[in-house]
Design a protein around this ligand. Structure first.
Ligand code: ADP
Ligand code: ZN
Length: 433
């Protein structure tokens, strides 16, 4: 099923034309309405009339998270407060939160892209969807909520946390779809086991998971725990929230809704635009957003784009699962390490559980990497030798994948703190010292 065949399956040439027209109009709009953009464009010697088609996108200046912070809270808004019907803010994982605003039309557009996303997972009005993303300033809850209502599904706006209640409603209301962070999904799955809820009583068939990086190994674990098909949804507050892209049944990357969000991949150091297929930083231009449009916003998320038509019939480009944000990357003894690489190694092994923590310390000027991972209960009652054997195997897999050695600590199930929203996987003690 496809929610909006016209835009999701448009010939690429035609789509580029639409993008070009929208881009021209956008540049005019921000030039007149946002002093920051007027200045940025003038610095580059660009007049709105210089932008004629999509090829001209690369002439435009980039916008960074720092620009948003410098203009906190409303400096980048293109419309007065009277046109704004909603505020949201990024979770502020990295410093002061960034504030975004929406007009009535922005909320409509957001609902449309989330409706397209949910349709990729076959969500229809016959579904009951439990929205277990946080409601509030965070975009996850309300974003999914409006999109789900648009497709006509019955929404349970339970928000994040309150795990016992989540399980109770899963059972009593017969939720068929759940939306939350993948780490919370893993927690719900294990709670289901712990509470000894009969899987036969649960009607769940699909999960809409995003807001944080997760690996295909994590996907398999969640699918198994909850007995569902797990879909990846991507988004960020600055661009709109969840629904910037979403994967279809074929799961060959997430289709970006390019009629609204134009993607580019750049080399983060040189800012040069890279061709499809190359790894780099994802950049978006929001061509239809009214309240706070962004030009070439640098997401800091690292991924690749693919443009071949998908088997599902959509012509929209697909982005691969994010490797992580460039600022999530740890440099340990000079080696670049992404938490997602550690996750892949750990969860490839059947003995481990999807709960782990990466701790980085500096001792005598030397970085140390410690990985704590929960393993199945039985290992702790088994002979010590088996536990040691498993520890050694993980150690050797980590060292061959990452190229550095790590201290592996196997811990009992339930030891690592559970997250109701975005998981905190890394404790880097080096900054505090
Ligand atoms: P914050 O930046 O404070 O965490 P957001 O909630 O806007 O606030 O987070 C957006 C970020 O979350 C994205 O830039 C990306 O790094 C991450 N993210 C969102 N969805 C996914 C996903 N499906 N896979 C990987 N990372 C994701
Ligand atoms: Zn597809």
């Amino acid at each position: 099923m496809i929610w909006n065949k016209h835009y999701e399956c448009m010939e690429r040439e035609e789509l580029r034309k639409v993008q070009g027209e929208r881009l021209q109009e956008l540049v005019k709009r921000v030039y007149d309405a946002v002093p920051f953009y007027k200045m940025q464009l003038q610095k580059k010697g660009i007049e709105p009339g210089d932008i004629k088609d999509i090829e001209d996108l690369k002439k435009l200046p980039f916008t960074t998270k720092q620009d948003l912070r410098d203009n906190y809270p409303f400096g980048l808004f293109a419309l007065p407060q009277s046109d704004i019907v909603r505020f949201h803010a990024s979770s502020g994982t990295t410093g002061k939160p960034t504030v975004v605003g929406y007009t009535h039309n922005d909320i409509q557009m957001w609902s449309e892209v989330v409706a397209r996303s949910l349709t990729m997972a076959d969500v229809t009005k016959s579904d009951i969807i439990q929205v277990a993303y946080g409601y509030g300033l965070f975009t996850g809850g309300l974003g999914l909520h409006y999109g789900a209502e648009k497709v006509g599904a019955s929404v349970i706006p339970i928000s994040g946390g309150n795990t016992k209640k989540q399980l109770q409603l899963l059972e009593d209301f017969g939720s068929t779809v759940i939306a939350c962070t993948p780490s919370y999904a893993a927690y719900l799955g294990e709670s289901l086991e712990e509470e000894k809820i009969d899987p036969g009583k649960i009607k769940l068939r699909a999960g809409i998971f995003g807001a944080e990086p997760w690996t295909t190994e994590m996907r398999s674990q969640i699918e198994q725990l909850l007995g569902i098909k797990a879909f990846d949804i991507y988004g960020l507050t600055e661009i709109i929230g969840p629904g910037v892209s979403m994967e279809c049944h074929f799961q060959r990357g997430m289709h970006i809704f390019e009629d609204h969000f134009i993607p580019e991949i750049i080399n983060p150091e040189t800012e040069e635009v890279l061709p499809y297929g190359e790894l780099g930083e994802l950049v978006f231009t929001t061509v239809t957003k009214e309240a706070m449009p962004l030009i070439r916003y640098r997401t800091r998320d690292l991924t690749r784009l693919h443009a071949e038509t998908c088997e599902c019939g959509r012509t929209l480009v697909r982005m691969e699962k994010c490797v992580g944000r460039s600022d999530d990357m740890l440099i340990i003894r000079g080696v670049n390490v992404f938490p997602s690489q550690v996750e892949s190694v750990l969860l490839e092994m059947s003995e481990t559980k999807p709960h782990y923590l990466i701790v980085v310390n500096r001792e005598n000027n030397l970085d140390t990497l410690e990985i704590q991972v929960e393993v199945e209960e039985e290992f702790f009652s088994d002979e010590v030798k088996e536990l040691e054997g498993l520890r050694q195997r993980i150690k050797s897999n980590i060292s061959s994948t990452l190229g550095i050695s790590a201290i592996i600590r196997l811990v009992e199930p339930g030891t690592i703190e559970r997250s109701m929203g975005k998981a905190k996987r890394v404790v880097d003690n080096r900054n505090i010292q």
